[in-house]
Design a protein around this ligand. Structure first.
Ligand code: AHR
Length: 504
């Protein structure tokens, strides 16, 4: 195309990076603000189903084929006792993590019903803050034993005769952090995880276990020395635009700077696994990630908020939809590309969270808003392949941007991924254009001449476009581009996420 920088792609479908797990497109939901109560679980709502779950939200979750949903936290879980949330007599308790009342009306049974309704794997994060190895393994008894013991019998009494077969269990959440209730030293952590893993595996040897890890040598070496034999996963978390205290979102260019070495945590943990000869046996569960951290001032601090307007009301700021622009979509696509490229060691990733707060779906009394990030999951889940193959471009232009820290960064202007399907011919390319102003011209390899080209273009008019109630600026446009003639070029617009399917 006239005047556009040409990007000649070289694709080798035979050079396979790996088959990515569908769980790379996983999600997370926590008992925080309006994610569960007044969000997904709202029995009085006109769109609530027989279990009090919003039908419109469930439908949106099904449309992005949620493969796995991590629950109930997050910081919430580190003082949560699961037994309070099952059975006929639910006691409202004070949630010491987020300093609100937990009504305990949505518990394990409701969560499992939710997972069945959206067709996803449950992934339960246990309380390694104030909890014990015994309490964790009792939870596994409740969910996975047929009828042996009091907890399986309790599940049956509560109306579920068959075991839930929960495969994925995480021991703890961020217990390395001073902000976490029941934070642990590396030594304490290794010991607790080992004893918990031992008891859980005595209840259900098929349970797959993860434990909170860090891209930190000491923490992980101690954890892996103590528990490497018990673990199937290492759980890591990352938020790039950190604003727990001040709700000051990074602007477009600052968000693009965050894409620099976006997979650094994976590389660091991969190195530790390799050094301990555990690579290939233990996988990474990147089970909390999002461009933007959640905003909840005066709680992850020593001095707690006194007035509700100091620490509760500000949580509503997470729901300002104008914050979730094409920057969030572009970053999310770059992250998913990086996880695909690392699919040999990353087996799961969970967007934090799926609903409200920084989620890809926003719910309000009359309906839902699909934020920009939702459409990225829609594109990747529904239009990209399951096998990552080699893609190279000799000349990807640089993009100079200034980060939130004021430092200049050079990142690639384009982030691209090539995938194929294990069950059908063809190739699907994700082409992410980070440049706020420039378009680029994509040239397919000539050996795709004659192939049918379909392009899905996710974009808004501006980099700062966003969706809100009664406002839809960001959409996915499907474009049938006909048969490739060996020379036609595909323009990718500024600040856009594009999936190009090239089918026989
Ligand atoms: O900001 C939300 C918190 O982020 C989650 O509860 C926790 O896991 C992480 O620190």
């Amino acid at each position: 195309m006239k005047g556009l920088a040409k990007i000649e792609l070289q694709i080798n479908e035979k050079r396979i990076t790996g088959k990515r797990s569908p769980m790379l497109y996983g999600h997370f939901i926590e008992h925080f603000h309006r994610q569960i109560y007044e969000g997904l679980y709202d029995p009085s709502h006109p769109m609530a189903d027989e279990d009090g779950l919003r039908r419109d939200i469930l439908e949106a979750m099904r449309n992005i084929k949620v493969p796995v949903l991590r629950w109930p936290g997050g910081c919430f879980v580190s003082s949560y006792h699961w037994k309070d949330g099952v059975g006929k007599h639910r006691k409202p308790l004070f949630d010491k993590a987020w300093r609100v009342e937990e009504p305990n009306l949505f518990g394990t049974d409701e969560y499992i019903r939710l997972c069945r309704k959206i067709g996803c794997e449950p992934y339960i994060c246990t309380n390694a803050g104030t909890g014990t190895a015994e309490e964790m393994s009792d939870w596994v008894e409740y969910c996975n034993l047929k009828s042996e013991g009091q907890y399986a019998k309790w599940r049956i009494e509560n109306g579920s005769p068959e075991p839930y077969k929960v495969k994925y269990w995480s021991i703890g959440n961020e217990n390395y952090g001073r902000w976490e209730i029941g934070a642990k030293s590396a030594e304490e952590w290794g010991r607790l995880v080992r004893e918990s893993a031992k008891m859980i595996s005595h209840v259900d040897p098929e349970a797959q276990l993860s434990a909170a890890a860090l891209p930190d040598i000491d923490w992980n070496i101690n954890l892996l020395k103590n528990c490497g034999d018990y673990l199937d996963w290492l759980s890591i978390h990352e938020y790039w635009d950190m604003m727990p205290e001040e709700n000051s979102p990074a602007d477009y260019d600052e968000c693009m700077a965050f894409t620099d070495h976006i997979d650094h945590s994976v590389e660091e943990v991969r190195g530790i696994l390799k050094a301990m000869k555990l690579e290939g046996r233990i996988k990474i569960a990147f089970d909390e990630w999002n461009l933007r951290s959640w905003h909840h001032p005066n709680v992850h601090t020593i001095r707690q908020g006194i007035r509700k307007e100091d620490y509760i009301t500000p949580r509503d700021k997470n729901d300002e939809n104008s914050m979730y622009t094409m920057a969030d979509a572009v970053f999310t696509a770059c992250f998913l590309n990086a996880m695909n490229r690392n699919c040999d060691v990353v087996g799961m990733a969970n967007f934090a969270p799926i609903l409200n707060t920084r989620g890809c779906i926003y719910s309000h009394k009359e309906g839902i808003v699909l934020r920009s990030t939702y459409h990225v999951f829609d594109l990747y889940v529904n239009h990209m392949g399951d096998t990552v193959v080699d893609l190279w471009a000799p000349s990807v232009p640089d993009l100079r941007v200034t980060g939130k820290d004021g430092r200049e960064k050079t990142v690639g202007a384009l982030d691209m991924l090539a995938t194929t399907w294990s069950e059908k011919p063809g190739v699907a390319l994700a082409v992410v254009n980070k440049d706020r102003e420039k378009s680029f011209s994509i040239c397919l390899p000539s050996d795709y001449t004659g192939s049918k080209v379909t392009i899905y273009r996710l974009n808004g008019k501006e980099a700062d476009s966003y969706n809100d109630v009664g406002r839809t600026e960001i959409t996915v446009r499907r474009e049938e581009a006909g048969r490739y003639d060996g020379k036609a070029e595909i323009a990718v617009a500024p600040h856009s996420v594009n999936v190009i399917q090239v089918m026989p």
